[in-house]
Design a protein around this ligand. Sequence first.
Ligand SMILES: NC(=O)c1ccc[n+]([C@@H]2O[C@H](COP(=O)([O-])OP(=O)(O)OC[C@H]3O[C@@H](n4cnc5c(N)ncnc54)[C@H](OP(=O)(O)O)[C@@H]3O)[C@@H](O)[C@H]2O)c1
Length: 249
Amino acid sequence: MNRRDILSTMAATAVAVSVLGETTMAQDDKTIAIIGTGRMGGAFGLLFSRAGYKVIYGSRNPADEKVQSLVKGTPGGAAMSAKDAAAKVGIIVLATPWSGTEAVIKSMGDLTGKLILDPTNAISFGKDGGLAVETSGGELVRDWAKGASVVKAFNTVGYFVIADPKVLGDRVSVFLAGDDAAAKDKVLAMVNGLGFEGTDVGPMKSARVLEGMSTLYMVPFMTGKQDQRFEWAVRRSGGVKLGPVRPAG
Ligand SMILES: NC(=O)c1ccc[n+]([C@@H]2O[C@H](COP(=O)([O-])OP(=O)(O)OC[C@H]3O[C@@H](n4cnc5c(N)ncnc54)[C@H](OP(=O)(O)O)[C@@H]3O)[C@@H](O)[C@H]2O)c1
């Protein structure tokens, strides 16, 4: 482990403690619930377990062979129903398909005081599919998860990058949208500590744009041009002096 790895792990751990410290003092401060055991769920399991968190998967079928094999590959991991997993933690990651997300949230019962990371994308590629611009999945999740602080995060990041944040060399961007500024600051520190480049893009309303970005992200997959696939990574321009680009007048 090099110095940057050690610092990243330390930062993630410190932030986990601080994130959970305020909401769930009585709960294990390094335990995270990941709801869904598919590609994203498995990738988040690897990411968080490597950073020293205890991972509890919330699954519809925790005894299923596929889920148990994921648990075996997650040191210290466990699987149980989404409701039981949520009850044990302060931070929940929703790694569920959009079609099942509302039901899963409602199945978890009282979410007051929880911090929810929402990487879901409310997009459809069917005939009638398309982006609903009057709202976003992030805003719906925020409204369904009453009492919780929801931060849209990771919805534009490929699962294989979540599983291995250094796979592309440079840091990949994680855009954060949410209406609870304190929760967002904590998630920002957490994602940076986990090896990503966090960028706060404003209130949950911005999830409309983030979900559109995930639609762009999917274009190479949907058009058979996988060799063209990409990840989002910002370049900071704050240090560049802005001046006129054409003569005045
Ligand atoms: N794949 C990516 O690279 C990527 C990137 C960014 C965002 N996302 C978003 O992240 C979310 C998860 O994506 P994914 O690729 O991990 O999906 P996936 O491989 O299909 O896995 C989803 C998991 O959710 C659980 N689930 C709960 N309710 C469900 C239901 N009604 N129907 C089917 N599964 C249900 C299942 O786990 P159990 O059987 O254990 O309950 C399932 O394995 C989606 O909203 C997606 O848009 C994906």
